[in-house]
Write a protein that binds this ligand. Structure first.
Ligand code: UD1
Length: 362
């Protein structure tokens, strides 16, 4: 049985890093494939170094493009690769275009598919990720769910076979990083713990809609006048490009109470910044989970989430993109003292997945 793991973007690399390392340790003939959807050093190479990952056995180098372009290019390359390398089982993660394209190629070449982080639903069909995750779940033979809620989402859609509740693999990544020496990012930025709000946003629904983009940027400006907290903004390349195009970046960079991190911090620094932030404000799915695991309140700059467990346990508030709603959410969170247990289970998720796969594919 030849197994291959494919990743393409920063979050997939982070959440699959421990699984890739363990898979290679168990049998170096299994493959690590990178689509190249993300390619900048700080989106890709930096993560590889941080987790000491092996060089991918295959790198497709497809780069950026429209959704269809990216998906089609990856699909075509993966079809050839699956056939040439005689891959029997492809492990994919999450909801990116890489995930969908690779799964379609596996399906069309009769390779089996294992989907890590299966069953998440935002119930928002305007998100490209929602199409991707639904389609991939319906193509997959093995579905590894992070929570009971994800298992139930699959059940509602008639998927019960091959479903395993294993926990969230981000817990493995956070655990791995927490065992190393903390980075000096707070000192570097002259920040005291709990003296700043950590902000990131990059989702297409927010960046490519000027109304929403302005709502979030106005909220960032207003927050610096409202609270004694500084704003630390980690800049995703998509966000940077749009902010420059709309003449908004200069105002943020030149603001005395806003620190723009460009390039964005590496995963270790991001975890450290989230851990010591007063609040995390984000539209990222991964950061909603990470803040919840680290015990820092999160305000989500979206009107829905595919991670409702973070809201239900009291760690996360949905604020959307409206300036007033974001400010109100910050005020509320600052007056509350909520304590929660995160819903994502203990470390060891990557091992658990590989053990199940090796039993099932004997
Ligand atoms: C993708 C995923 C999203 C995930 C995010 C994490 C899809 C549909 N979306 O979104 O689920 O949360 O990754 O970052 O797959 N760019 C660079 N350098 C890079 C990568 C991207 O400059 O290394 C810029 C390019 O202008 C590119 C844009 O960012 O066109 C968007 O990149 P893309 O991979 O399409 O989507 P993300 O927004 O990163």
């Amino acid at each position: 049985m030849k197994i291959a793991v494919i990743v393409g973007t920063r979050p997939e690399l982070i959440k699959m890093a421990l699984l890739i390392k363990e898979l290679k340790k168990r049998d170096p003939n299994h493959l690590f494939i990178h689509s190249g959807q993300h390619y900048d050093y700080f989106m890709d190479g930096m993560v590889m170094e941080l987790f000491n990952l092996p060089i991918p056995d295959h790198h497709s180098g497809i780069g950026s493009g429209s959704h269809s372009e990216t998906t089609a290019k990856i699909m075509t390359k993966m079809e050839k690769l699956i056939l040439n390398e005689k891959i029997n089982l492809l492990v994919v993660h999450g909801d990116t275009n890489t995930t969908l394209a690779a799964s379609l190629a596996a399906c069309k070449t009769n390779a089996k598919i294992a989907h890590v982080e299966a069953g998440l639903r935002s119930f928002d069909r305007t998100m490209p990720e929602e199409h991707n995750r639904i389609l991939v779940d319906h193509l997959s033979n093995y579905l590894f769910c992070p929570t009971e809620g994800a298992v139930n989402n699959l059940k509602t859609e008639g998927i019960t076979k091959g479903v395993h509740l294993v926990g969230q693999s981000i817990v493995d990544a956070v655990d791995y990083i927490s065992n190393s020496v903390p980075p000096s990012i707070l000192d570097k930025l002259s920040l005291n713990p709990k003296s700043y709000l950590f902000v990131t946003f990059h989702r297409q629904e927010n960046t490519d809609n000027l109304f929403r983009l302005n709502g979030i940027v106005d909220a960032i400006h207003y927050l610096t006048t409202l609270s004694p907290y500084k704003v630390v903004l980690a800049l995703h390349p998509r966000t940077k490009k749009i902010l420059i195009e709309n003449n908004l970046l200069k105002l943020l960079i030149n603001h005395p109470h806003i620190r723009v991190l460009d390039p964005p911090p590496n995963f270790h620094e991001s975890i450290h910044l989230q851990q010591h932030a007063k609040i995390v404000l984000t539209d990222s799915g991964g950061l909603q989970e990470e803040a919840c695991i680290l015990g820092t309140p999160c305000i989500t700059l979206r009107e829905n989430t595919e991670r409702p467990e973070t809201v239900n346990c009291g760690a996360n508030t949905l604020a959307g993109f409206n300036t007033v709603k974001i400010i109100d959410a910050v005020k509320n969170v600052l007056t509350q003292q909520t304590v929660w247990y995160h819903p994502y289970g203990p470390p060891g998720v990557s091992d658990k997945i590989l053990n199940i796969l090796s039993q099932k594919t004997k």
